[in-house]
Every structure is written in C-alpha cells, then in structure tokens.
Ligand binder design. Structure first.
Ligand code: SF4
Ligand code: ZN
Length: 476
C-alpha cells in the first residue's frame, strides 16, 4: 500500500503523536463542539462507490487558523462476510488509522471524537478531507481484508451534521440496549481486546456481557463477531473456565489470559471490583470510578465533565493516575454501560454489607447522572450527589446523611468497630481484626488508601486510635 500521493507520512509510528494548542492549525469535534461523531455502517455492495470521499461543509483549506468545527465521519463498508455486529469494532479502528497520519491527532470515539490538525501538516499540503478519507479507505481495506469496498463522508458544518448525527446516536443506543439485555451468566465465552497495547502495553480489555469494554465502543456481541472473523486479530476469545469467586467475577481462564497477554504483568483481575485486583485501564475509558475514603463510597466522573470531581481533581488529572495499563485499587476506568449492570462493583459493595454495587455510588458529575437517570434503580438516583449539590467532602457527608444514602449505614458499623477497639485498648489485649478496613490519609486534602487486613491478628502493648480532623489538617 502506498501513500506517496499524500503530502505527509502515514504509519503506526505516529500513533502516539500529541498536538498541543500552540501547534494546532484547526480543531475538529472535542468538548467545545456540540455535535460530532464517527460511525461505521455495513452496506450492500451496490450502495457503495469504492474509494469515494464526500464532504459536506468547509474543507481544511477553507478553515481559519485556530478555529474549531463540527466533525462527522461516516465510513460505509461492504463485503460478503460483513455483518452489522462488526460495525462497532471497525469503528474503533478509525481512531487508530487517523492517528497514523503525521500531524493529525485523534482522541476518543463515538460522539466524543476529537481531532487536531497541526500547522506543520497543513504547511506540507495536507489541507483536504479528501486526503484523510483516502488514507482511511486504504487502511480499512488493507488491515481488514474482509472489507471489499469502502466510501467515506465527512460533515463539517452545523446544518449538514444534524441528520447523520442522529443516525449515529440511534445506532449507539441500539447497540447498548441490546447488550444490556444479556448478562455474564448467560454466556460461556468472554472476549479480550489488545488494540490499546500500542500505548498501554500491559493493558488487556476483558469484554463480557456485563462489562462492555471501558472505551464504551465494543460490547460482547461486537467482540464475538470480530473474534469470529479474525481469531488471530486484536480481539480474541477468552474461555472463562472455572469460576473461582462468583461475587468478585474471578475466572481461571481470564487470569491465565491476562497473565499471558499483559507480558506477565497482571496476575489476576476481579471483574466486579474497583478495589481489589481491578481491571486495568488504558487511557480511553469513558468514566472513572474512584474511591472516596472519607465516606467509604465511590464517585464516578465521565470524560465530558466540565467541573472538578468531589475529591478536587479534574477528569484529566485522575485519568493520568488511572491509565497506562496499571491495576490501581480505588481508580477504575470503566464504560458507562457497566454502571447500570447488576454486576457493577458488586464485590466491593458486598464486602461492606451493601446489597448492590450502585449503592456504593455517592457522587457523579451532573451530566453523567442525567444520562444514567433512566438506567439506574429509582430508589438510588436522588441519593447520589453532584457538583450542583455539594462542593467538598465535608458537605458530602452531611448531604448523604440527610438523603439517607445506603452508604451511611456502613459508617455506623465503622463507628461501632472503633468503639470496640477502644474497649480492647483499655484491656491492653490482642485485637482480632478479622477482615477490616482502615483508611490511611495521604498527603494533601485528597485521597489516602485503603488497607485491607484479612484474617490476621495484631499484637501490641498499646494502640492509640485517633480520628483525624481533615479540616484542621488542611489549615496547618
Ligand atoms: Fe480494545 Fe479496550 Fe482499547 Fe477499547 S479500550 S479499543 S476494547 S483495548
Ligand atoms: Zn484504550
């Protein structure tokens, strides 16, 4: 395959390229633009004009330096073996293929797609969507040979993007709805994806009906279709084998695959926990589920949040901590579809005496809560705070008490345990800690980590348990 007619280099070596605002000529989509999308549709061969690139709206060369525009990318493909279930997996490749272009940066997917074209690329003559479409068509056909014909349409103005944007949103929600009807216990095969190993080499996504991939773009049906047509490709089968812990979602087959595909880095994962052996996170997660030690609960912030999370951190700051293929207890990159799943962090909930994982959630950014409203149990939604109700952790505590959030009853238990410990202190005796959790405050106002002591006994002459006043600590 040759790109000699394209004025900039094209290849996987440019995948990690970042284009900062001072290097950027133009920005397409992203958080400051209302409507943008990327979508792949499987069509009949007769409906496709192979190699055709169409543009509705201004071309790159007509855009002013420093400006922002809507972007819609519709890739239509045909081929005898293609089926609708493959659309989402093909769609995820748009991110990869566009990033192959030197001087073009692509982030995210679906309706959160975001691109920047560098001044250097424009200077070299990469000034037309026709070139970008041509690159996409060549790569789609070369990398996915079951695609026989391909055409691409770009939308770059507010008027023309309207209709295809609606088609895209309907398509995403149909895919999500179908996946929500199926659960992990209904299937005997899970799937893995290693597409993100180009920048997070130890990251492997494990895709099950209850855990749509953390990028939100590949559900169990999509993964199954992709693994079927290309079993040696980036999506593959994971036979779950024996279930070692049903509550945690720990399977022998998943652990073996994780170890093998993460270069030995990840020994095991619990599918339904953000606190113990959590699923790794690459960088493209739709949201972050994070532990809030001060209230023993979890917060969730999504990529579109325009305010800080309750712990004082922005999505981007927490994303740096969460991503990169690490397994970090208390920070878990997740898809939005995992939140309404009955399996959502169920292990963490049961461990502190709650019935459902969703009962752990004490805070969400308001945009996310609005999106999740219809999908979450009615009895919890009004008890989840957002940045509109509370702005710091002390207020959050009061708010949760006032709204009778289920997490509050776990505090009572903690207080009781502390009382018991004081009794033991008086007696100077051995403290049977069993499985208890302690919060050790970290530096600064945020965080700390949770230390879990299982089946252990601690012997000490004296134990002093002090309550730390976070307010006082801050003012020191
Ligand atoms: Fe694949 Fe996971 Fe990356 Fe999505 S986030 S592309 S499923 S590895
Ligand atoms: Zn990723």
């Amino acid at each position: 395959m040759s790109f000699s007619d394209i004025p900039v280099d094209v290849g996987p070596v440019y995948e990690g390229e970042r284009i900062r605002s001072n290097q950027m000529y133009v920005e397409l989509g992203g958080p400051k633009i209302e409507k943008h999308f990327e979508l792949v549709k499987v069509r009949n061969v007769k409906d496709i004009e192979d190699g055709k690139v169409t543009l509705y709206g201004p071309d790159l060369k007509d855009m002013e330096e420093g400006s922002r525009h809507p972007i819609g990318i519709l890739v239509e493909v045909a081929g005898k073996e293609l089926e609708e279930d493959l659309e989402a997996v093909f769609e995820r490749r748009i991110h990869e293929f566009i990033n192959f272009i030197n001087g073009v940066m692509h982030l995210n997917q679906r309706y959160t797609n975001w691109m920047r074209i560098s001044k250097t690329a424009i200077g070299k003559g990469f000034n037309s969507f026709n070139m970008m479409g041509t690159v996409l068509i060549r790569l789609f056909k070369a990398e996915l040979p079951i695609i026989k014909t391909c055409q691409v349409t770009f939308y770059t103005n507010v008027k023309d993007i309207e209709k295809p944007y609606k088609l895209a949103l309907d398509t995403y929600s149909n895919r999500d709805e179908r996946a929500r009807g199926l659960h992990d216990g209904d299937v005997d095969m899970f799937y893995g994806c290693v597409l993100c190993q180009s920048f997070a080499p130890t990251h492997v996504c494990c895709i099950t009906p209850d855990r749509t991939s953390l990028c939100g773009s590949i559900n169990w049906f999509d993964a199954r279709a992709a693994a079927k047509v290309d079993p040696k490709g980036p999506l593959f089968e994971i036979p779950p084998q024996e279930c070692k812990n049903e509550m945690a979602g720990e399977y022998v087959g998943i652990n073996e695959t994780m170890k093998k595909r993460s270069l030995g880095e990840i020994e095991k994962i619990y599918l339904y926990s953000g606190m113990e052996y959590p699923h790794t996170s690459c960088g493209c997660f739709e949201a972050i589920d994070f532990f809030i030690p001060e209230v023993n609960g979890h917060g969730i912030i999504d990529r579109n949040a325009d305010s800080l999370a309750i712990n004082g951190l922005a999505f981007s700051a927490m994303a740096n901590q969460t991503g990169g293929g690490k397994q970090l207890a208390g920070f878990n990159g997740i898809s939005l579809q995992y939140i309404p799943s009955p399996k959502f962090q169920q292990y963490d909930a049961k461990k502190i005496g709650l019935d459902r994982g969703i009962d752990l959630v004490v805070w969400m950014n308001s945009g996310l809560k609005e999106r999740m409203k219809e999908l979450l149990p009615k009895d919890i939604i009004d008890k989840i705070a957002t940045e509109k109700e509370v702005n710091d952790i002390n207020n959050l505590k009061e708010w949760l008490k006032k709204n009778n959030h289920p997490i509050v009853k776990t505090w009572v238990e903690t207080e009781e345990v502390e009382d018991n410990e004081e009794d033991y202190e008086e007696q100077g005796a051995m403290i049977p800690l069993g499985t208890q959790t302690m919060t050790i405050p970290g530096t600064g106002g945020f965080g700390g980590f949770k230390l879990i002591l299982k089946n252990c006994k601690i012997h000490a002459d004296t134990i002093i348990i002090k309550k730390i006043d976070t307010k006082k600590k801050k003012s020191n």
